[in-house]
Design a protein around this ligand. Structure first.
Ligand code: BG6
Length: 473
C-alpha cells in the first residue's frame, strides 16, 4: 500500500461559501458576505471600490449559500458515508466575535461550532479548521481599514485563543489563514483592504502581510501552549510556475513568480524574511513597521505546510502577445500542452507532483493537500443524480500524481481533502453552477432551488478510493 494507514482522506468547505445564515445566531458581517455575483465582484475583491453594505442592485450568494447552517447534521452524515477521515471547514470569525473584537464572544456562535465538532466526533471524523478563510469582520474594516492596522493582530489572536480554548480536545488540526498569498492578488478578500487615492498599494499589502504573519506565528505558539496535541499549518494557493520556453529569461520569471507566492509560507515555515524579499522591499521602498519582538516571534514556525492545487501556471520574461488564461485568481500564459476546464483553469495532474516536490524540497515539512478538484457544470437527472465521469477522471489523475510523489519521490504527505466535497458557492465568481462536489445541491446562480442534497456518481467512486486507501481508483 502506497499511502500510510493514517492518511487523512476527506473534503473541504469554507464558512462563507457553505454556511449561509449570515445574520442568524448573532453573527456579524464579514468582507466576503458583501461580494455580489456578477461584474462588480472582481473590482470589490481587489479593493478598488468600497462596498461595505448590501444594496438592492446586487445578489449576494453568501447570504444563504447552501444553508449548511441548518443542514450540517445531514451533510456530515453524508461525509461519514463517504468514509471521510477528516473534514476541512472554517470558523466564521464574526459568528464568534460579531465585530471582530467584542468584549465577550457570542455564545450562540460558539455553540454552533461545538455542535458541528461533536457531530463529527460521533462519526470519528477529524476536523481540520481554518481560522480565517477569506474572512475579515466588516466592523474591523470600517474602524481600522482591515489588516493594514496592527489592531487586527490582537483581535485575531484573541479570536483564535477563544476558539482553541473552547474546542480543546475536539479540534487538533488548524490552519491560520487560507491561501495567505491571495492577499496580494485580491487584497479586499485576503485582508479587508480598500485603497484610497494616493495609497501606496504595495506598502499597504506587505504591511498587512506582516501583520498576518506575526498573527499566524503568535497563534502557532499559543496553539501549542493550549494543547500540545495541536498541529498548525500554513496554507498556500499553490501551483508552480513553468517557464514558457527554455529561454533563461523565461526561467528567471518562473523563479520570481514562485517567490512572490512562496514569500508568505517561506516566513511561516522557515521563521524569517527571506533575502529576496528584503531586497524587493528596498527596491520598492517598502518600509515595514514592526514592533520589538516581531522578528523573534516569526521563529514560531508551522508544523506542516498545506496548499490548494488546481493548476500550474506559465510565465515568460518577455512582453509578447501570448494567449492568457486565469486560474484561481492568477493570470497565466495559456500552456499549449494542457487542457482547460470550462472556466479556463488548466488541468495538470503532473503539476501536482511537481508542486509537492518543490514544496517538500523547500521546507522539509509534512505536506497536506487541502484543496483540489474540478469546477464543472453538472446536469442532474430528475432524481438529482449526476454522471460526473469528468470529475472522476480529473481526481483519479491527481490522486495518481500524489501517490507517485509519495511512492517514487518520497514526499511526506499527511492527507488530501478535495475542494467543495458538497457543491457550494464559487469564491472567484460567486456562481453556484461552478460545482466541485460529490454531493449535488439543488440551487442555482440566482439562489433558486430546494437545497435538496443528492449523490453524484463520484460519491461512490470517492468512497471506494477512501475505503481502499487510494489503491482502487
Ligand atoms: C481557493 C479557495 O481559491 O479555490 C476556495 O480557497 C475556492 O475558497 C477554491 O472556492 C476554488 O475556486 P473557485 O473560484 O472555483 O471557487
Amino acid at each position: 500500500m502506497v499511502l500510510s494507514e493514517n492518511f487523512l482522506w476527506g473534503g473541504a468547505t469554507a464558512a462563507n461559501q457553505a454556511e449561509g445564515g449570515v445574520l442568524e445566531g448573532g453573527r456579524g458581517l464579514s468582507n466576503v458576505d458583501l461580494l455580489p455575483i456578477g461584474k462588480d465582484r472582481a473590482t470589490i475583491s481587489s479593493g478598488e471600490i468600497e462596498h461595505l453594505e448590501w444594496d438592492d442592485n446586487h445578489f449576494y450568494p453568501a447570504k444563504e449559500a447552501i444553508d449548511m447552517y441548518h443542514h450540517y447534521k445531514d451533510d456530515i452524515k453524508l461525509f461519514a458515508e463517504l468514509g471521510f477521515k477528516v473534514y476541512r471547514m472554517s470558523i466564521s470569525w464574526t459568528r464568534i466575535f460579531p465585530n471582530g473584537d467584542d468584549e465577550m464572544p457570542n455564545q450562540a456562535g460558539l455553540d454552533f461550532y461545538r455542535g458541528i465538532f461533536e457531530e463529527l466526533k460521533k462519526y470519528g471524523i477529524e476536523p481540520l479548521v481554518t481560522l480565517a478563510h477569506f474572512d475579515v469582520p466588516v466592523s474591523l474594516i470600517k474602524r481600522y481599514g482591515g489588516w493594514r492596522d496592527r489592531h487586527l493582530v490582537d483581535a485575531y489572536v484573541r479570536y483564535a485563543q477563544t476558539v482553541m480554548t473552547a474546542y480543546k480536545g475536539l479540534v487538533n488540526y488548524w490552519l491560520t489563514f487560507n491561501e495567505i498569498n491571495i492577499l496580494i492578488h485580491s487584497p479586499f478578500v485576503g485582508g479587508g483592504l480598500i485603497f484610497k487615492e494616493g495609497d501606496n498599494k504595495k506598502q499597504l499589502m506587505y504591511q498587512a502581510a506582516h501583520h498576518q504573519l506575526v498573527a499566524s506565528s503568535l497563534v502557532t505558539k499559543m496553539a501549542h501552549d493550549i494543547d500540545s496535541e495541536n498541529q498548525i499549518g500554513c496554507m498556500l494557493a499553490g501551483g508552480m510556475h513553468y517557464p514558457y520556453s527554455c529561454r533563461p529569461e523565461d526561467y528567471k520569471e518562473a523563479i520570481d513568480s514562485d517567490r512572490k507566492n512562496y514569500f508568505f509560507i517561506d516566513v511561516q515555515a522557515r521563521g524569517y524574511y527571506p533575502n529576496y524579499a528584503k531586497k524587493m522591499f528596498e527596491r520598492e521602498q517598502i518600509e515595514l513597521e514592526m514592533l520589538d519582538g516581531d522578528l523573534e516571534c516569526l521563529k514560531n514556525t508551522v508544523d506542516f505546510v498545506s496548499f490548494s492545487y488546481y493548476s500550474s501556471r506559465t510565465v515568460s520574461g518577455f512582453e509578447e502577445d501570448y494567449e492568457t488564461t486565469t486560474g484561481n485568481l492568477f493570470r497565466s500564459i495559456k500552456n499549449p500542452n494542457l487542457e482547460s476546464t470550462e472556466w479556463g483553469w488548466q488541468i495538470d495532474p503532473l503539476g501536482l507532483r511537481n508542486a509537492l516536490n518543490q514544496l517538500y524540497d523547500r521546507y522539509q515539512k509534512p505536506l497536506f493537500i487541502v484543496e483540489n478538484g474540478l469546477g464543472a457544470k453538472d446536469v442532474p437527472d430528475e432524481n438529482g443524480y449526476v454522471a460526473d465521469d469528468y470529475r472522476i477522471d480529473y481526481m483519479r489523475k491527481h490522486i495518481i500524481a500524489l501517490k507517485d510523489a509519495v511512492e517514487i519521490d518520497g514526499v511526506e504527505l499527511m492527507g488530501y481533502t478535495s475542494w467543495g466535497c458538497i457543491d457550494l458557492i464559487s469564491a472567484s465568481t460567486g456562481q453556484m453552477s461552478k460545482r466541485y462536489g460529490f454531493i449535488y445541491v439543488d440551487r442555482d446562480d440566482a439562489g433558486q432551488g430546494t437545497l435538496r442534497r443528492s449523490k453524484k456518481k463520484s460519491f461512490d467512486w470517492y468512497k471506494q478510493v477512501i475505503t481502499s486507501n487510494g489503491e482502487e481508483l
